[in-house]
Design a protein around this ligand. Structure first.
Ligand code: IPE
Ligand code: IPE
Ligand code: MG
Length: 249
């Protein structure tokens, strides 16, 4: 039984949680093991956090799994991560379906190795009818690149006369991002003690609550997730107003 879970206010859950899963390499280093060992153990945390999120009623969970900058790592590590992704999607398909979780992905997916891309697409197709939670993987993702692409496609529509300059607003930009249709994350978690965004969802986190924990990703479990959500629930989200204004309504 989890005491933290019992303290959660299920009426005040974030709809969307985004996580920068960080610290796999350091976790492994502390054990005198290669970095890839850390990534393998990170999968356990992905499984546990996904299941726990679906169970309590989170609707969208976006996990930052590979950034466009991560291609700069040693080829051995990049290859291991891509292979791990293939193996994980294949192995977890049944669990995803058992838990009614729909797999989805954002990022420059077509530039992934073809085997990774194909397996990912198979996973997305095989879970397409699940509707309890969306597990959204950010893969070969860059927020700046996403914004450049959105800008280009908006400019294209303007040049074709399908959109007027004056009508461009925040909704227009939302619609041209790869997260279109997904509510902005109310809570952004980063593990491993680093306190930066590393080119993750920039536009979408404009008003997210940020939660940083020293825990390395492979150690992050459901209790840590509940702790983060409890912390979030004890914050006052003012959206520019005063605290007094919030209590009146
Ligand atoms: C996060 O862990 C996983 C990915 C970026 C793929 P890291 O691999 O960044 O681990 P550290 O930060 O080196 O400890
Ligand atoms: C961010 O982690 C990307 C992912 C978690 C996939 P990094 O470990 O790559 O971030 P930096 O480079 O330390 O900022
Ligand atoms: Mg890192």
């Amino acid at each position: 039984m989890s005491l933290l879970k019992d303290q959660l206010n299920l009426e005040k859950l974030p709809k969307h949680i985004a996580i920068i899963m960080d610290g796999n390499g350091r976790w492994a280093k502390h054990r005198n093991m290669p970095r890839v060992f850390g990534h393998k153990n990170g999968v356990t945390a992905v499984r546990e956090v996904s299941e726990a999120s679906a169970e309590i009623g989170i609707q969208y969970l976006t996990l930052y799994a590979f950034s466009t900058e991560n291609w700069s790592r040693p080829a051995l590590e990049v290859n291991a991560l891509m292979t791990l992704l293939v193996e994980t999607v294949k192995r977890e398909l049944k669990t995803l379906n058992d838990n009614n979780i729909r797999l989805s992905a954002i990022g420059n997916l077509s530039k992934l190795p073809s085997k990774t891309y194909d397996t990912l697409m198979e996973g997305i197709a095989a879970t397409a009818n699940n509707d309890r939670m969306v597990l959204n993987l950010a893969l070969n993702y860059s927020a700046k690149e996403e914004m450049i692409n959105a800008t280009k496609s908006i400019a294209q529509q303007v040049s074709e006369g399908k959109l007027t300059l004056d009508s461009i607003n925040a909704d227009t930009i939302d619609k041209h991002l790869t997260t279109s249709g997904i509510p902005d994350p109310e809570l952004l978690i980063r593990t491993s003690g680093e306190q930066r965004i590393s080119n993750f969802l920039l536009w979408q986190i404009a008003y997210s609550e940020l939660y940083f924990t020293e825990t390395y990703w492979p150690d992050f479990n459901r209790e840590h997730l509940y702790e983060a959500i409890l912390d979030f629930q004890n914050r006052e989200r003012r959206f520019g107003k005063t605290s007094e204004q919030l209590t009146i309504t």
